[in-house]
Design a protein around this ligand. Sequence first.
Ligand code: PMP
Length: 448
Amino acid sequence: MKDSNFLKEHNGRMMWHPMTSPQDSIEQPPKIITGGDGVSIVDIDGHRVVDGVGGLWNVNLGYSCQPVKDAIAAQLDTLPYYSTFRGTSNDAAIELSYELSEFFAPDGLSRAFFTSGGSDSVETSLRLARQYHKLRGDAGRTKFLSLKKGYHGTHIGGASVNGNANFRNAYEPLLPGCYHIPAPYTYRNPFNESDPERLAQLCLQALEDEIAFQGANTIAAMIMEPILGAGGVIPPHPSFAPAVQEICNRNGILLITDEVITAYGRTGAWSGARLWGIQPDMMCTAKAITNGYFPFGAVMLGDRMIEVFEGNPAAKIGHGYTYSGHPVGAAAALACLAETKRLNVVDNAATRGTQLYEGCKALMEKYDIIGDVRGGHGLMTAMEMVSDRAAKKPIDGGTAAKVQEVAYQNGAMVRVSGPNLILSPPLVLTEADADTILTALDAGFAAI
Ligand code: PMP
């Protein structure tokens, strides 16, 4: 490895970073992270902080999860790669599909299609949704519905159902036939409705209206995050998701939950579907499936999909990735699932999630710059920052970056995405770690 002077000199220059402008990377070089253990990360200057971001919502078990590291090393030794395309499989992928079907049985999902990450999982679900309807002789159902402010990854299908202009405009034209429903976002919505239950009703009515306008028999699927994540942690009222499911069922529309963030315990429930008591037709997962140690994902499939695809020789899946069912990823996921269950991280996510959420609300009492605090379901919390609380005027990027930087200097990595300061730490966080994050944030806000 080159020395630290070389790394600092070349930082931000030869590598184009995701979600960043190349010029920004040169002018404000990214932090160079060189180590991680427990729930902390260490940068090239030896500065250690609690990782309030949990990698990127994915390092649920922290950076020292030895069973996952061992499983990866052991699998690399025995079979570092083989394909699962027609005619071959591997032991790790077979065992993982069995374990996942048990894990997601309460969600009504019992088959797995493996991918290399979240965007791949989304793309897989959209494609299988169209194929499902074609196989049933309902080929006119090709459109997709989703929520404004939703995030569904970066492939063209995923970008087309994304509900945030930042991830769409530069890449248009996107897939035709994708329509967006207002999100149940109480802080800002086109109805000026701040009551979560009434807002849920208005959004549901908008969904009904859009289905009637498009024609139910033209719509393949609705995709949504059970709690919107990248859009700024937007939990809907508990009545929302079950009603979406009912509307989809009544109209012959498949329901896909995008659980790339919410699956495997983050919300204080084992899945977002279980949190809201729904049974989707497909569930997209990735991220924490391997604790972030290996790029991997799985789309879980329910009975309606199984009935149409199985027992039908014509139902050939003309879709898949070189790394679908990668044995190293599957071995990592098996170890990760076992640790996730053994540590019962879901309970800790709920307890520590409440601590962080209450702590953020206390910060809001203290600092006018915080316009809204959202969370209350496990370790997903966001603070929306404003420069004028009464007018809800969004904060400028420079001020948000300063809060983040001062928090970092005071012991916690936090994430700024647009006006939102997002917290998604590992689910093995202790009470003291959560306090460290809150104290660092206090210092960040005090500096403004
Ligand atoms: N869906 C959701 C809900 C996500 O949060 C993300 C990533 N943040 C994705 C899809 C895309 O996943 P990936 O970055 O692994 O492709």
